[in-house]
Ligand binder design. Structure first.
Ligand code: HEM
Length: 151
């Protein structure tokens, strides 16, 4: 039982690396593009990394809940319940703010002909920035809750 729990912690940490790692750098990758050619490559890289990141987030919540089932006293701790709540908020927040913008940006980059990045795209990227901050703040808060496990 103890070994299974440790195994779940290991999978959980691995899932955090493949889930959170790419999510934290997507914006950086887009911002490094100086022209349409680079931007299209940036979207291609993100398109390849995104499914991996989603698997990581899925594994995070599955292993987190399994650990809760194995040790139900976790549901009485503030850090565990808060992390679960923040994780759900994070999923809903990203789905309604970041993902639609990313979709529109991808569509613009695919449809645009020419080497200059269109203004419409830059505006969307700038509009997305505050939402990225909120997303990253939520991720880092959950991470801190995981490591320090307060209350
Ligand atoms: C952004 C999301 C998350 C990240 C980055 C993350 C990261 C981590 C890390 C690094 C640890 C190891 C901490 C340590 O042992 O010192 C951990 C442990 C743990 N996490 Fe998460 N986690 C996340 C989401 C969740 C969620 C949503 C749940 C609950 C459903 C959860 C439940 C747990 C549990 C139960 C442990 C094991 C605590 C223990 O017994 O030592 N995690 N997490």
């Amino acid at each position: 039982m103890h070994q299974l729990y440790t195994f779940l912690v290991a999978i959980h940490i691995f899932a955090a690396i493949i889930g959170v790692g790419p999510a934290l750098v997507f914006n950086r990758i887009l911002k490094t593009a100086g022209n349409m050619h680079e931007l299209k490559s940036a979207h291609k890289i993100i398109g390849k990394l995104n499914p991996l990141s989603s698997i990581g987030f899925g594994l995070l919540v599955i292993t987190g809940l399994l650990m809760g089932l194995m040790n139900p006293s976790l549901f009485k701790t503030v850090w565990y319940v808060a992390a679960l709540g923040l994780f759900i908020i994070l999923g809903i927040y990203s789905a309604f703010t970041i993902e639609p913008k990313m979709k529109s940006m991808l569509n613009i980059s695919e449809a645009h002909v020419g080497e200059n990045i269109p203004q419409e795209y830059i505006q969307l990227l700038n509009k997305k920035a505050p939402h990225d901050w909120v997303q990253n703040a939520l991720l880092i808060t959950i991470f801190i809750l995981m490591v320090f496990k307060p209350w």
